[in-house]
Design a protein around this ligand. Sequence first.
Ligand SMILES: Nc1ncnc2c1ncn2[C@@H]1O[C@H](COP(=O)(O)OP(=O)(O)OP(=O)(O)O)[C@@H](O)[C@H]1O
Ligand SMILES: [Mg+2]
Length: 333
Amino acid sequence: MVATLPLELKLVDLSAVQTALQARATRRYEDDREHDNRIKIVAFANGKGGVGKSSTSAAFAVAAARQGARVLLVELDPQGNNAEDLGFVRSDIADDGRAQAAAILNSRPLTPTGSPRKNLFVVPGGDALEEITEELYCQRRLASQTGDTTWLGMYAASLEQVYDDYDLIILDVAPGILVLQLQALVAADVVIVPSKSDPSSRKGLRLITRRFGEALQYNDSLVMLGVVLFAAGSSATRVKKGIRDDLKRDLAGTEVPVFETDIRHVEAVAVEARRRGLVPQELLKEKDLDASLRKSAQDLARDYGALTGEVLQAINQLRESLNEAEEMEEASA
Ligand SMILES: Nc1ncnc2c1ncn2[C@@H]1O[C@H](COP(=O)(O)OP(=O)(O)OP(=O)(O)O)[C@@H](O)[C@H]1O
Ligand SMILES: [Mg+2]
């Protein structure tokens, strides 16, 4: 039985979202080869929890910022793990997600609360994101009756308003919240899927692949850049090859690559890095580390360095192939 309640729900007015989405469509259509004003928003997502989304987002963000890119890291997760990973839990940069909620619920720019590293700006996650998810589920319910899908672009609209301010915008996306995942996939230019090799992580990978397909209807230039094998336990080449073959089977029918670089499993470094609010590249420089921990931190930092190189190269290749496609189109016109 379906109950109809005499209830008046006040939802966010989406006219500003519509305007921002139109601006995005125009920007994407415009030929902006000289400025490479596209492929900036990278979402780290997987339908499964604990597969390295936050650790990889933070390490990648710090590495790219160190190379001189102006980076915005947005945590679409009520857990607020970025604050731990980057060590700003007790600073005034941490706001429990309030700035993010205010921006999304008022269709305003996603303005950072601060800059925990040079060139790196953050919009933290936290409990206040519950307000966003509540709104999103209501919007989704309403859309199921009206057929208007504008609500899917609420994050895209707030990100569009800061797009020109950064070289890279990284989204660290919560695993279990469907509406946040969809928002991220509709807002992003590319998606990276960290995955472990166990069956339930691979189920999460298949789930995000399905959601990716759904998001393509609203964001047709979205690209899945690749899968990162996270906390790979064995260093044996044969075992790794088996895992990679499994991942590739899960991605069958798509052309999504598995990145060459695996992030190795070193729990002691991960725990110490998060405890100190440093990414592995920073932890290894700490004076009071014992020798074996320093060695492991160096190895893990090397993995993240290599992964960062691969990701940035893949983004550049994508930009180049878009430019080439446009040139061919122009030549044939
Ligand atoms: N290289 C590593 N080896 C082993 N454990 C790691 C490594 N890096 C991170 N961890 C640990 O794995 C756990 C999950 O990592 P992380 O928080 O990055 O995953 P996540 O996908 O963001 O999780 P969630 O879905 O909860 O947001 C954390 O407890 C972290 O300390
Ligand atoms: Mg996380």
